[in-house]
Design a protein. Structure first.
Length: 358
C-alpha cells in the first residue's frame, strides 16, 4: 500500500476505538483548537478528521504556512530584483504568490531568470557557475532556517561575491504568544511536528506559563486523533501543559546543534506577517559577520506602495477568526489556478486545503 492508503487504513482502525472518546468530554460551550501547521491542515481535510469531532469542538487554522504569512512587500522586493537582472532562486511554492503588481511566475513568463531549487545549497552551485548576481529567497520557519544558515556559512568560506539572500524567515513562538488571549479565543494548540523537531517541548514553555495547553503531533491520522483527544482532556481539566506526542521524531530538548548554528548566523528582529501585522522579535536577519550576504544591504530596492486586495480575508483565516469558505473570494475568483491571496497559493494554505478536500 502507498502512504495515503496506509493512513486511511489507520484512520478506519481509529474510528471504532476512539471516536466515542472524542465525543465524550461533555463540553457545554464551543471549544476552539488551532492546528498551527499547514501540513496538519491538509491532513485534517484529506482524511476528514474534522468530521469526527463533536459539534462543539472546532478546528481552526493558524499562521503555520510560511508562504501565507510572507508579506506583499517581500514579493515586491523579489520582483524588483528579478527585473534588475538578478537570478532569483526559490522554493517552488513562492512562485505564484501575488505581490502588489506582479508575481515571480509572471516575471519568469516575461523573461526573468527565476529558478526553483530544492535546497539552499543548490544555489551556491548556481552562483559558482554564473557571473550574474544570484539571490535566494530565504523564507520559512524554524525547520528550514538551519539549512539556510549552513549555506551562508559555506558561502563565506567560498568567498562568493555574487550570492546573497532576501530574508523573510519567521519564528513560530511569537505568533502563538500573540494569539493567546486574542479575539480568536483559542482553547489549545495542536503544535507543529516539523517545527518542533527544532524547538522541542522546551520551546513551548511560554504556553505552560500562560496556562494554555498544547500537544506536539505527528501527521498520520492516528497521531492527530490521539493528540486531539489528549488536548481535549487537558482543556476539560483546565490543565495548561504541553505534551510531546511525537516522540519518535521530536526530542523534548529539540535540536540544540541546529539551533546553535542558526543563532550563530541570525539574530531576531521585529517582523511583518501578512494578514497579521508587525510582531516583536518574530523574524530573523543576518548577524554582522554575515551581513554582506544580505541583498538589502547591497541594493537600494524600490517597491510600490502596498495595495492589498480588500476582499481577501487570509489574515482572518490565519488568525483563526474565519473559515475559508466564508471569504467572499473563495471559489469566486480565487482558486489554486488563479489565486488572489496566499492562503490559496500554497499547497499548505488553509484555503487551498478547503478548496481541494472540502
Amino acid at each position: 500500500m502507498n502512504n495515503q492508503t496506509d493512513s486511511l487504513e489507520q484512520l478506519r482502525e481509529v474510528k471504532p476505538r476512539q471516536v466515542k472518546r472524542l465525543g465524550g468530554f461533555g463540553f457545554q460551550r464551543t471549544v476552539k483548537i488551532m492546528e498551527v501547521c499547514g501540513t496538519h491542515t491538509v491532513a485534517i481535510h484529506r482524511y476528514g478528521i474534522h468530521k469526527l469531532l463533536p459539534q462543539e469542538v472546532k478546528l481552526v487554522s493558524g499562521p503555520g504556512c510560511p508562504v501565507c504569512v510572507t508579506p506583499d512587500s517581500y514579493i515586491d522586493e523579489a520582483v524588483f530584483l528579478a527585473r534588475q537582472g538578478y537570478v532569483i532562486t526559490t522554493f517552488g511554492d513562492m512562485i505564484k504568490v501575488p505581490g502588489t503588481e506582479s508575481s515571480l511566475e509572471k516575471e519568469r513568463a516575461a523573461g526573468a531568470d527565476v529558478r526553483i531549487v530544492y535546497s539552499p545549497l543548490d544555489v551556491l552551485k548556481i552562483a559558482e557557475e554564473t557571473d550574474k548576481q544570484v539571490v535566494f529567497l530565504s523564507v520559512g520557519f524554524e525547520t528550514t532556517t538551519p539549512g539556510i544558515a549552513v549555506t551562508i556559512q559555506a558561502a563565506l568560506e567560498k568567498k562568493l561575491e555574487n550570492f546573497s539572500i532576501l530574508t523573510a524567515n519567521r519564528l513560530v513562538p511569537p505568533a502563538l504568544k500573540a494569539l493567546v488571549g486574542s479575539e480568536a479565543k483559542i482553547d489549545g494548540f495542536l503544535l507543529p511536528g516539523h517545527v518542533s523537531t527544532m524547538l522541542g517541548q522546551v520551546g513551548y514553555q511560554f504556553l505552560e506559563d500562560l496556562n494554555v495547553p498544547g500537544v506536539i503531533s505527528g501527521f498520520e491520522p492516528v497521531d492527530m486523533v490521539d493528540s486531539i483527544i489528549r488536548l481535549l482532556a487537558m482543556i476539560k481539566k483546565e490543565e495548561g501543559r504541553v505534551i510531546n506526542n511525537y516522540k519518535r521524531v521530536v526530542r523534548d530538548e529539540g535540536n540544540p546543534k541546529s539551533n546553535a548554528i542558526v543563532d550563530t548566523v541570525f539574530e531576531t528582529v521585529d517582523a511583518q506577517w501578512r494578514g497579521i501585522g508587525m510582531m516583536p522579535l518574530s523574524g530573523l536577519q543576518l548577524r554582522e559577520t554575515y551581513a554582506g550576504f544580505d541583498v538589502r544591504k547591497r541594493v537600494d530596492i524600490q517597491t510600490p506602495e502596498p495595495n492589498p486586495h480588500t476582499g481577501c480575508k487570509c489574515g482572518d483565516v490565519l488568525k483563526g477568526l474565519m473559515e475559508p469558505p466564508l471569504c467572499p473570494l473563495f471559489k469566486n475568483g480565487c482558486t489554486p489556478d488563479s489565486p488572489i491571496g496566499p492562503c490559496m497559493v500554497s499547497s499548505e494554505g488553509s484555503c487551498s486545503a478547503w478548496y481541494k478536500y472540502g
